[in-house]
Design a protein around this ligand. Structure first.
Ligand SMILES: *Cc1c(COP(=O)(O)O)cnc(C)c1O
Length: 418
């Protein structure tokens, strides 16, 4: 079967192969690339011996042009992804043991290798708007990839100390920019830079979840979790820009036995309201404890709505809103009951699970745990009284040299860097 092609969610332009969708990031009409078809997951996925084998099984029909997918996945995912049981059928898939301690390492590291494979001597500047974790995962994942420059935009004052430190560590070929504005401003600037490309400009691409190259590898770990679970289950996704959820629904469409999805949001819950029948969200983001989920206008909703009808999406995904107060309470409750220390993002998912259980929903539930608790030591200590011990690589950050410029939230200011 030929590999899927990719079309814009907005219907403009032709269907393109993966390489072009990956290198372009955003479709020329401003839409997001979606696959024209979803290859069926091969029957033997549940017997794959390890993650490299599973990676090859899940992705080979998507990426037949990549010669050794198993080796590529193994090299990208050189850290554990354990599935931890908290009892009562609740499982935590810890996706945060990579170099920058968030799940974004999985997508970013795999995507960097796919891009190195696709560039074939071309050069590209990657623009990434980050609400905290994308930027450092992308900077880390792409460090050392020849032909790639990275420009990171993050909301000044909108990320935690540890996150900022991870973003502004001096890295070869990486420019960090603190934008005087919100994450939505950063995202708007990136979109504007794409929209106003001039013919002679260097090739621009994206590495956040608007790039389909991040979403394909993200299908892997939901599959990995269900392979370890050995039975169908509900997948609970602490959500912001909805990339993680979109990838998980693509895995289900490919044939993964998922019984349902829960989108767990903080106060930035426009998607939850959309699932309840409201219009697509258009409101500004508000700051919360789970700041990597502070997204007012989730980009990937456009993708979800092109993959599913609104009615199907509302039937498939259940939404929950969790306030900061409830997040801290969930961290405390889970720690008291099980001894498990969760970061605020994961705790939003764990609170959503508590409510589903209270509503009578049974069966296994897997929360995609997106960040290491040591990234949010203040919130963890406040909720549980425990100060999470920082992995050595986080401690080393304190001494590393940094480099960052501050810019106003204006396209002209950004253009000077690209
Ligand atoms: C990015 C991020 C999220 C949200 O993921 P989306 O794919 O944008 O929905 C949740 N938690 C953490 C820790 C993140 O870094």
């Amino acid at each position: 079967m030929p590999a899927p092609l990719y079309v814009s969610t907005r219907g403009g332009g032709d269907a393109v192969p993966f390489r072009e969708a990956l290198l372009d990031g955003l479709a020329p009409d401003g839409g997001l690339y979606v696959p024209t078809e979803i290859p069926v997951l091969p029957d033997d996925w549940a017997s794959a011996s390890d993650r490299a084998a599973l990676g090859a099984t899940v992705l080979s029909a998507w990426l037949p042009e990549v010669t050794d997918l198993g080796a590529l996945v193994e090299d990208a995912l050189s850290f554990p992804i354990p599935l931890v049981s908290l009892g009562d059928g609740v499982h935590v898939l810890e996706l945060f043991h990579g170099p920058t301690l968030s799940f974004k390492d999985v997508g970013a590291r795999t995507m960097a290798r796919l891009m190195a494979d696709a560039l074939q001597g071309e050069e590209v500047t990657i623009l990434a708007a980050t609400s905290g974790d994308t930027g450092s995962a992308v900077a880390d994942g792409f460090a050392g990839v020849p032909g790639v420059r990275v420009v990171l935009l993050y909301p000044k004052g909108g990320v935690s100390d540890v996150q900022e430190r991870q973003l502004i560590v001096a890295r070869d070929g990486v420019q960090a920019l603190a934008v005087e504005g919100t994450f939505d401003d950063c995202q708007r600037l990136v979109k504007a830079a794409f929209a106003e490309r001039a013919p002679g400009d260097r090739r621009l691409s994206s590495a956040n979840s608007i790039n389909i190259g991040r979403l394909l590898p993200q299908m892997l770990y939901t599959t990995w979790a269900l392979r370890q679970l050995g039975e169908p289950g509900t997948v609970v996704v602490p959500s912001g820009n909805l990339g993680n959820l979109t990838a998980a629904t693509m895995a289900m469409r490919a044939g993964l036995p998922v019984t349902g999805f829960v989108a767990a949001h903080n106060a930035n819950d426009g998607f939850v309201r959309f699932l309840d029948g409201a219009d697509a969200p258009a409101s500004a983001s508000v700051p919360t404890l789970s700041n990597a989920m502070d997204v007012g206008v989730p980009s990937n909703l456009e993708r979800l709505r092109s993959l599913f009808s609104d009615a199907d999406l509302r039937a498939l995904v259940h939404g929950e809103t969790v306030t900061d107060h409830e997040t801290l309470a969930a961290m405390r409750r889970v720690h008291d009951e099980t001894g498990y220390v969760a970061d605020p993002h994961t705790a939003v998912g764990l609170e959503a699970i508590r409510r589903r259980r209270a509503d009578g929903v049974s069966g296994p539930m897997v929360v995609l745990s997106t960040a290491h608790p040591a990234k949010f030591p203040d919130a963890v200590a406040e909720a549980t009284g425990v100060t999470p011990s920082a992995p050595p690589r986080l401690a080393r950050l304190r001494e590393a040299p940094t480099a960052v410029d501050t810019i106003p939230a204006e396209l002209d200011a950004l253009r000077r860097y690209i």
